[in-house]
Design a protein around this ligand. Sequence first.
Ligand code: ZN
Length: 270
Amino acid sequence: MRLAIPVFLPEGRITDVELRIPTPGVLSDVGRSADTGSNYVAMQILIAGSIETCTDEKGDVSRPDRSRAKVIVGRMSLQTAWQIALEVAKLIKGDGKISGAYECPECHNIVRAQKTKDVDLRDDLSDFEVSYKEDEEKGIAISIDEPVQIEREGNREVLSSVSRFVFSTPTLADYIKVNARGVEEYRELFHVMLETLLEVDGQPVEAKWKTRYGLLTMERIPYVKMRELSASFQRYGIRTRVTRHCPKCGSDFEARINAEGFFASALRQD
Ligand SMILES: [Zn+2]
């Protein structure tokens, strides 16, 4: 299958992978990781255990061993990793359907996409669209009219002031790193942004600045710009969003495929 975003490695880029059904041993490792709380690690194990061959931009085919495969998977964008994980789920399940539980943002009712004896409400994995990125990664720039400033308490001396940021597309390894720090889900994006920050005001970001003002600055980027950035992060790859209807309050809402549901149901052969 062709990857939504090529995997960039020092020696070249991988554009295609051939998948196989992972062994029961791999699947139990995936299950254990998902149970102990890291869905990102579970995803890495799943994909690394499912890659049969990799093809680079010159058409050379290689068979990575498990540890090499883990490195390759770590460098994938999260959306590319999802693209492969869903493809693997299709291989395992045959029918390509996945169930899940989604909380209604209005009334907190849990909407279930599942199969009962009367109706099949599961999502069909083939319905998710994939958009492919052709060109080289140049970074995602965000400019803000009013610079984000960090001031010293008391005399309000400006310690840091930034109005332009350049980020790279987050990789699975970035999410694994952030997740390992025990960051709560609703704060994850700030940490991922800091992890992928390449430039501030046209200069490569310095480690000292990152430590002192990085997170504080990320938290102060206006909401509308954060949304823009988050959308850019998800622009290429598989669109893992589904529309749900809440029968209790009648509202329709969009949700991302929930990873718990994915690892609990997509990989189970029923
Ligand atoms: Zn509702």
